[in-house]
Design a protein around this ligand. Structure first.
Ligand SMILES: C[S@@+](CC[C@H](N)C(=O)[O-])C[C@H]1O[C@@H](n2cnc3c(N)ncnc32)[C@H](O)[C@@H]1O
Length: 364
């Protein structure tokens, strides 16, 4: 009598990942916190290498994603482990702050490069994060169509960060895809505790404008001109330039056309989440980036902590000049670490639900 063949269930030892457009490592750091082994990040800006490698123990490939080969990616995916290709292509093109974006901007095509690498390496899991406006673009439907054609189950959703407890009013579109089966971005947890500005930076040493903490060279903030010093002194928590006496209000804001720009020269509130960290969060005039109490804009360390980077995350090598605009870019452009953690935990829960992971792999 013929014996019935029993197929042995495959269980994987964990997840290996590659992070395209890795920057200083926000997404990588969050994925790693869930136990995913991000083995390599790719970025064409070599100034990100130190932060990426020093904090994440992953290799940095200094290259344009356009020139990355399938072998360079798939060489990181080990046997008996699930493969994940992650990436967050530059989002300035689609950002609501960029009114000048046109379809001619070549950066849009970088998402096609992500598609090419998915096609050529066929990872079992894929994730991508970007600004919500990307969902309306053709390049995004090309990406999702390609994933469907390759057999992936795809879910994309706009995530409002505070609803997931993140201390920042950021909104991002998160895409997750799996070759194994249906996958969903989890709904926001009920009764979530939203972290406030006070909880994140309330115990950092006080600084004057332009000062640096002697014990942490990244806890430094920009100097203020005498006029901006008088302005911040006239600002209240949660307020903007509208609260100032008229003599302090900038000429452009006095005009009718300028009155709509309420979102600049603001102070944060201690008991609310922070505003979205942009690449210029260190400038008082660039948004609602005034410290709730001290007369200064937030420091580089404070911006990094709102983005979820651990307190001791290092961005520049010891002894090297810490350039404020470079750091603003690296930190403001990052995927918040907790969002990376949410994505990682979602993948692990998905694999566990399908009984595809060995017992000892965690997801927290
Ligand atoms: C939105 S940031 C990514 C942030 C990163 N995922 C994080 O969480 O920290 C986009 C990154 O893409 C990089 N980039 C832009 N064009 C690139 C290209 N052609 N090849 C590789 N990296 C590129 C930029 O240098 C920047 O670091």
């Amino acid at each position: 009598m013929a014996r019935k063949a029993t197929r042995r269930k495959v269980r994987y030892d964990g997840i290996d990942a590659v992070d395209l457009f890795c920057g200083g490592g926000g997404l990588t750091c969050g994925l790693r916190q869930t136990g995913i082994d991000v083995r390599m990040g790719v970025d064409y800006d070599e100034r990100c290498q130190y932060a990426y490698e020093h904090n994440n123990h992953a290799r940095f490939l200094h290259k344009s994603v356009t020139d990355v080969t399938a072998q360079e990616v798939s060489g990181n995916f080990r046997q008996r482990r699930v493969s994940l290709l992650a990436g967050c292509a530059p989002c300035q093109t689609f950002s609501k702050y960029n009114q000048k974006a046109t379809w001619r901007d070549k950066r849009w095509l970088l998402l096609d490069q992500f598609t090419r690498l998915v096609n050529e390496t066929q990872p079992q899991l894929v994730t991508m994060e970007n600004v919500p406006k990307l969902e309306d673009q053709k390049v995004f439907s090309r990406f999702t169509d390609a994933l469907h054609d390759l057999g992936y189950h795809v879910c994309h959703q706009v995530v409002e960060c505070p609803k997931y407890g993140l201390p920042q009013l950021r909104q991002r579109v998160v895409l997750i895809a799996s070759i194994f089966g249906d996958i969903k971005v989890p709904p926001p947890p009920e009764n979530v505790h939203v972290q406030t500005v006070r909880e994140i930076i309330g115990d950092l040493p006080e600084l004057n404008a332009g000062e640096c903490d002697p014990d942490d060279r990244l806890h430094f903030c920009a100097a203020l001109s005498p006029l901006n010093m008088r302005r911040i002194q006239a600002s209240r928590q949660g307020g903007t330039w509208r609260d100032w006496p008229k003599r302090l209000v900038a000429e452009c804001h006095r005009r009718d056309t300028g009155k709509t720009y309420g979102g600049v020269y603001g102070r944060m509130s201690w008991d609310k989440p922070a505003p979205t960290m942009t690449t210029q969060f260190y400038g008082f005039g660039n948004g609602r980036f005034g410290h709730p109490e001290q007369d200064r804009a937030i420091s580089i360390r404070e911006g990094a902590m709102f983005q979820g980077f651990p307190r001791d995350y290092q961005f520049v090598p010891e002894g090297e000049h810490a350039n404020i605009s470079l750091l603003g870019k690296m930190i403001g452009n990052a995927v918040p670490v907790q969002l990376g953690k949410l994505i990682g935990a979602t993948f692990i829960a998905h694999l566990k639900q399908l009984d595809l992971l060995r017992e000892n792999v965690d997801g927290q």
